[in-house]
Design a protein around this ligand. Structure first.
Ligand code: DX5
Length: 231
């Protein structure tokens, strides 16, 4: 095993559903699974925490029977504690709570676990890594945003790579069993920077759907590029 930070964690490629054909979401979710993704991320936006509005729990519940991979809900909402149970009932296996979105982060992550779901914490670009230092024992994953949340198709912030490395170091030094995800602007030209910094779960939206070779080609290429950073 290389001494690459995070090389003990399997690489996962995760699609953001935002760029999919929203008129055929069930089929799109099945197509993503067939393309070899490891899980599916639902970008949940409430128009308050971020200036955009997306998927309610009923939409996700309708799509749940169309795929067997894990569903993670990236909750870009104010007061996620008020909505968590609805998203778990809808079939989400993992809820990602933003550190900036709730007054009592430790309590909210505990509440998500009590609902029987996995818990994860996300950091906006301006939020320091230390914001998660005291909840690493509660989560299975930390998400370092590599764009300011709210929209797909934005440019990747390479300036977040030192924060990815810092979180990876905190996880390793604390002996925590925690994955590290990045999200925003991930594509063939940026995935290696994020993986080399210590991320093992890579979320991509527009890069998957704009690949002329199709979804399976796009997923395979991102996985190959990310894994190459560990050799
Ligand atoms: C942005 C979302 C991301 C975004 C990713 O707020 O959290 O998941 O949809 O899309 P791309 O890969 O196009 O940046």
């Amino acid at each position: 095993m290389s001494d690459h930070p995070g090389s003990d964690r399997p690489i996962e490629i995760v699609p953001s559903v935002l760029p999919a054909d929203l008129a055929r979401l069930g089929e799109e979710v099945a197509a993503l699974e067939a393309a070899g993704v490891d899980r599916i991320q639902w970008d949940v936006m409430d128009g308050r925490f971020v200036p955009n509005l997306t998927f309610g729990p009923d939409v996700i519940a309708a799509c749940r029977p169309h795929a067997t991979v894990r569903f993670e809900a990236h909750l870009m909402v104010e007061a996620p504690e008020d909505l968590a149970a609805r998203y778990v009932e809808a079939g989400c296996d993992l809820l990602i709570v933003h550190a900036e979105s709730t007054r009592h982060l430790h309590r909210t992550l505990g509440a998500v676990r009590e609902l029987g779901a996995g818990a994860a914490v996300a950091l906006n670009p301006a939020t320091p890594a230390t914001a998660v230092a005291h909840v690493l024992d509660l989560v299975e994953m930390v998400l370092v945003m590599t764009v300011n949340p709210g929209f797909g198709g934005q440019d990747y912030l390479a300036s977040m790579e030192p924060k990815v490395a810092e979180v990876r170091r905190m996880v390793l030094d604390g002996g925590h069993d925690v994955d590290l995800e990045v999200d925003g602007g991930i594509g063939p030209s940026t995935v290696q920077g994020a993986a080399a910094a210590g991320a093992n779960i890579l979320v991509a939206g527009s890069a998957l759907y704009r690949d002329s070779g199709g979804l399976a080609h796009a997923v395979g290429e991102l996985r190959e590029l990310a894994e190459a950073t560990r050799r």
